[in-house]
Design a protein around this ligand. Structure first.
Ligand code: DAH
Length: 358
């Protein structure tokens, strides 16, 4: 074995034995650094005779290359081992709350609108929206309100200043005009809910000039009143998060539905608390019915081919009932303390899997 072979064997052993990146680095300096054992040999080439250099040169170059490679390979091994050790030891706790804790709450109306959307989305409904400023045609005429009929007055309508030659405009008094917009622009089968702002000239503990409704519309060929009741019962159970809610349909009148009904839900009052679902009293909760044939015709649908149901309810009222909010006007008072009390955590998105509200 030559001196060079011995040197190589020795260095390779040291490389193999290096058990940290620092230890390996010191072996590298010892071998390939300026004064390293291999470098010193390389320098000696200068002092050799041409023949000797011819013979030793390739040997030394080979040695240098092999040692360099062995160090590189060992380095990679050590780095991988270090990474694996870190991965095994370190934990990122992604359950930690954000600090400082987020400020601001979700308004109960937004919360309830989202809860309603989640429940109906689960039943296959899509969301549609329409403009706050409506023309007389969509808000009344197409919905089968006869011209100059007192029902138009019943809505305490805000009329907008009349423009020459244009259809009179109103702030929409209900979300029902979006039924018309949907039926005129889309083909059945339709299954939509329509949340949004509505406006009536009225103000007391349970009325504000601006409030919120959600409308439902289902149009298909054989949709009937049983589907209406089943859908609304399923909604009410999911929304109030109670099983076995008892409801009844009580005959009523709306120009755009025939037959029309109001849905009442059983409830009881225990102390200060309303218990929705069971009890001796009935509470009106929404309006509904089968879409009137005239409304279908006004939207270009053949009432001999299509039929369906519609319903409408107040989002704010649902929020007051579910979350025990006594005065509707507080909802719009922009009082931060009120929102702190009645608001919802922005990170808790309502969903049916983990619960609608917390
Ligand atoms: N638009 C009615 C209102 O504001 C509520 C309503 C009742 C909507 C019956 C409907 C319905 O779609 O079928 O008082």
């Amino acid at each position: 074995m030559t001196d060079l072979d011995r040197l190589e064997k020795n260095l390779l052993q040291q490389i193999e034995a290096a058990d940290s990146e620092e230890a390996l680095e010191s072996v590298r300096v010892q071998a390939l650094g300026k004064k390293g054992q291999v470098s010193v040999q390389m320098k000696s080439l200068g002092k050799m005779s041409p023949e000797e250099r011819k013979q030793k040169g390739p040997l030394l170059n080979g040695l240098k290359a092999r040692i360099g490679e062995a160090i590189g390979a060992r380095k990679e091994q050590l780095e991988r081992a270090a990474l694996e050790a870190r991965l095994a030891n370190e934990r990122a706790d992604i359950t930690l709350p954000i600090r400082p804790l987020p400020k601001g709450k979700i308004h109960p109306i937004t919360q309830v609108a989202e809860e309603v959307a989640v429940i109906f989305a689960d039943m296959g409904f899509e969301i549609r929206e329409g403009p706050d400023m409506e023309d007389d045609f969509h808000n009344f005429t197409a919905l089968n309100f006869p011209p100059d009929h007192p029902a138009r007055e019943l809505h305490d309508t805000f009329f907008l200043e009349r423009q020459e030659g244009a259809d009179p405009m109103v702030l929409r008094t209900h979300t029902s005009p979006v039924q018309i917009r949907t039926m005129m622009s889309e083909k059945p089968p339709l299954r939509v809910i329509i949340p949004g702002r509505t406006f009536r000239c009225d103000s007391d503990q349970t009325h504000t000039p601006m409030f919120h409704q959600v409308e439902g519309l289902v149009i298909d060929k054989q949709t009937h009143m049983g589907h209406l009741k089943g859908t609304l019962n399923a909604f009410i159970e999911a929304f109030f998060e109670v099983d076995g809610v008892e409801t009844r349909l009580r005959p009523h009148f709306f120009p755009f539905t025939e037959p029309s009904a109001e849905m009442d839900v059983r409830y009881s009052r225990v102390g200060n608390e309303l218990r929705i679902g069971q009890g001796d009293s009935w509470m009106e909760i929404l309006g509904c019915g089968m879409v009137h044939p005239n409304v279908l015709k006004n939207c270009g649908l053949d009432p001999d081919e299509y039929q369906g149901f519609a319903f409408g309810m107040g989002i704010d009222r649902l929020a007051m009932l579910k979350y025990g909010i006594p005065d509707l006007r507080d909802m719009f008072a922009a009082d931060a303390r009120w929102l702190e009390h009645y608001g919802f955590d922005a990170l808790d998105q309502p969903n049916l899997a983990t619960g609608l509200s917390r």
